[in-house]
Write a protein that binds this ligand. Structure first.
Ligand code: AHG
Ligand code: MN
Ligand code: MN
Ligand code: MN
Length: 336
């Protein structure tokens, strides 16, 4: 296959204006450099002092892993210098991260999960980085207020993820389909490997943490029972696959089809809407899913239609093959 880089692909396949493409390319290139640095540390984690926890607890109430902290600091440091952002928000930071005046600023805003799947770092299982790109509505040069970044997923200019696995991949969309790029470490470039990714309309795999079963409500239990039994469109049980890293479980779902679910549960009274975050996990992956012909829902409507009230708002997430997600939406509707 001819080697097509991310930048070449963006410049030849996106309908952005030349200036927008230029600024957007700068943003992507800094994001890609950050991912290469994170990938290098993930690939040698056992040899570097990046395993284990920092002893800190983050705004999510989670034990911060050293690689969470490392990835977060790389992204914040690099993206402040991209020259095109006016603000950032990270899963690891309680508040909005403004871009200081001393740096050249632009109108893009970046929301990210610097390292997704932290519980898998120490056992050498795939982890990833998820990103969501928004635009400031007015082109004032005042400091960005929180309300300006609290935008529904439909407003995203672009979204995607990096997956640090047997190979390091970048999958993203600017609203004109989904394309996947694989890092060739020998040249240090992400090269087009999965053009125009489409998610099969029906799948044979469901992906959920069955260990939460006792905490689910009745309709959720009925949905999982349907996937486990012959009473589904396959006429036989779906296979269960669950990595525990959202990016890995989503990437498999994107390629093979099927459905990933992190429904609301009653395990933690502080997290009544489930564990996953709207702005740095559910929205970006739902944009990718919809652009690939799939669907992302909270069980009643589109994830992309949800306007966040808070930066770290959590949502139930049901995402994957359109018909499998629609089955869940219909079941919840019947049960309501
Ligand atoms: P993060 O590491 O960014 O905090 O995200 C972890 C999430 C997500 O990657 C995964 O789908 C989910 O946690 C797994 O949660 P459980 O261990 O409760 O199944
Ligand atoms: Mn976390
Ligand atoms: Mn995550
Ligand atoms: Mn994370």
């Amino acid at each position: 296959m001819r080697q097509v880089t991310v930048t070449e692909h963006l410049l030849t396949h996106q309908s952005m204006s030349a200036s927008a493409t230029g600024r957007f390319t700068s943003l992507l290139n800094e994001l890609i450099l950050s991912a290469k640095i994170i990938s290098r540390s993930v690939n040698k984690a056992g040899l570097l002092d990046v395993l284990g926890g920092t002893g800190e607890v983050n705004v999510q109430g989670e034990q911060v892993q050293k690689l969470d902290e490392f990835a977060n600091s790389i992204l914040i440091h690099r993206m402040k210098r991209a020259g095109v952002l006016c603000a950032m928000a990270s899963e690891e930071n309680a508040d909005l991260i403004p871009v200081p005046e001393k740096f050249q600023r632009g109108s893009y805003m970046l929301v990210f999960d610097p390292l997704d799947g932290s519980s898998n770092i120490d056992v050498n299982i795939n982890v990833g980085t998820i990103f969501s790109i928004l635009k400031r509505k007015d082109n004032s040069d005042k400091e960005v207020s929180l309300s300006e970044i609290l935008q529904a997923g439909v407003e995203q200019v672009a979204a995607g993820y990096f997956l640090y696995g047997p190979s390091t991949m970048m999958v993203y969309t600017t609203g004109r389909g989904v394309n996947g790029f694989t890092l060739d470490p020998s040249v240090g470039e992400f090269l087009l490997s999965h053009p125009n990714m489409r998610i099969p309309e029906d799948g044979k795999i469901y992906s959920v943490n069955e260990g939460n079963q006792m905490y689910w409500d009745t309709p959720t239990k009925e949905i999982m029972e349907t996937f486990r039994s012959k009473q589904n469109k396959l006429g036989k049980p779906y296979s269960l696959r669950y990595v525990g890293s959202l990016v890995a479980d989503f990437h498999r779902t994107l390629l093979y089809g099927g459905i990933f679910l992190y429904p609301m549960d009653h395990k933690d009274p502080n997290k009544p809407s489930g564990k996953l975050r709207l702005m740095c996990e559910a929205s970006p992956l739902s944009m990718v899913a919809e652009q690939a012909g799939g669907l992302g829902s909270d069980g009643s409507g589109r994830i992309l239609d949800i306007k966040p009230d808070m930066l770290h708002q959590r949502v139930p997430l049901i995402i994957g093959s359109k018909n499998d997600v629609q089955f869940c939406i219909d079941h919840y509707k019947k049960a309501s």
